[in-house]
Design a protein around this ligand. Structure first.
Ligand code: NAD
Length: 371
């Protein structure tokens, strides 16, 4: 198959969909890989590394879309790319269709095949192509939180791990899923006093088993949260209710009960946030202060560490990309239900119900195309 890897053009997006190592795997299997000039630069991969792996460098985004049967990307196509997409071309990338109607309509009109990273789903209902970015964001939440706890940055001026003779900081993590677990590992490793709150007893039993002694678990409810925020130095929001807006577990009135210089990192901000006063911020301007409490609410945290994020993402996407390249999308989806669930748009029809429902658009069963 002919695979094209364009350079991401969305503002501040430095990730790339394929590493030189990934290109080598595909070339080894007889596929042709075309990478747009400097596509890997933002993640630290030079054109020469792709060439050494057997890929061909193309000068423009137009040439890359023109030649490819499968386009591998990171972010959804943006407006200038719409006209480059060809009928029957397979697009394998994040789309998040339900959040943007013009994109959905443009992909329907393009008659391309859109296989969305975010809806590839395993039989246990986990989302293997979202997990890596949650892992990055969870670990980063503590790195950022520790930083903003420093006095010159508005924080309480407390060192996360303390020192001999001085107690460590208290870290409260709301939600013990992927983000919360990774945040807990990082905070615990730095020596903080960590509490994870969740509503799932099964999850907390698991966490209590695997976490070190400086991590405790506690049932998440309003009473317990009100009690815990009085003592917390760093609070991480990591709650997710699939398909719904995050619940506001920390409301505006609770800020007055917090210590001056407490830091809030609401990772769940991309789903509306679990802290009422959190509004999406950017890496250029990541924080603001309300009632002496520092809010960090960057909606695309992994974007700040493109090297790690690209490797984490491509570790997860490459096995699927290989199946798609080896078999073509139809056979690959027939053979692997995880990939079939990733199909969102085919030949001008929406085949993922939640996307069609989001915009009241017609919907076709994916089976129609996989029979
Ligand atoms: N800002 C970013 O850059 C970024 C990056 C990656 C992920 N995220 C977001 O982080 C959030 C968490 O993602 P995840 O992968 O960890 O999800 P997950 O599904 O693995 O975990 C969510 C956890 O929240 C728990 N939960 C649900 N209701 C709760 C409540 N009332 N109190 C406490 N816990 C509750 C669930 O039991 C679950 O354990 C999502 O909104 C995700 O989109 C943001």
């Amino acid at each position: 198959m002919i695979i094209g890897v364009p350079k991401e053009i969305k503002n501040n997006e430095n990730r790339v969909a394929l590493t030189p190592a990934g290109a080598k795997e595909l070339v080894k299997r007889g596929h042709s890989v075309y990478v747009q000039h400097t596509a890997g630069e933002g993640s630290g991969f030079a054109d020469t590394e792709y060439e050494a792996a057997g890929a061909t460098i193309l000068p423009t985004i137009e040439a890359t879309y023109e030649i490819a049967e499968m386009i591998m990307k990171v972010k959804e196509p943006i407006e200038p790319e719409y006209k480059l997409i060809k009928e029957n071309q397979l697009l394998f990338t994040y789309f998040h269709f339900a959040s943007y109607e013009p994109l959905t309509k443009a992909m329907v009109e393009s008659k391309s095949v859109c296989l969305a990273y975010e809806t590839v789903e395993k039989s246990d209902r986990s989302l293997p192509l979202l997990v890596p970015m949650s892992e990055v964001a969870g670990r980063m939440a503590i790195q950022k939180g520790a930083n903003y706890l420093e006095k010159p940055l508005g924080g309480r001026g407390i060192l996360l791990g303390g020192v001999p003779g001085v107690l460590p900081a208290k870290v409260l993590i709301l939600g013990g899923g992927v983000v919360g677990t990774q945040a807990a590992w990082m905070a615990a490793g730095l020596g903080a006093d960590v509490t994870i709150m969740d509503v799932s007893l099964a999850r907390m039993r698991y966490l209590a088993d695997v976490m070190p002694a400086n991590v405790k678990t506690m049932m998440s409810n309003e009473y317990n949260i009100r009690e815990m925020i009085k003592h917390a130095d760093l609070i991480v929001g990591a709650v997710l209710i699939p398909g719904a807006k995050a619940p506001h577990l920390i409301t505006r009135d609770m800020l007055k009960d917090m210590k001056k210089g407490t830091v809030l990192v609401d990772v769940a901000v991309d789903q509306g946030g679990c802290i009422e006063t959190c509004k999406p911020t950017t890496h250029e301007n990541p924080t603001y202060v309300i009632d002496d409490v520092v809010h960090y609410c960057v909606a695309n945290m992994p974007g700040a560490v493109p090297y790690t994020s690209t490797l984490a993402l491509t570790n997860a996407t490459l096995p699927y990309a290989i199946q798609l390249a080896d078999k073509g999308w139809k056979k690959a989806a027939q053979d692997n239900q995880e990939l079939a669930l990733g199909l969102n748009v085919i030949n001008g029809e929406i085949v993922y119900k939640a996307v069609a429902d989001a915009f009241d658009m017609p919907y076709a069963l994916v089976e129609k195309y996989l029979a």
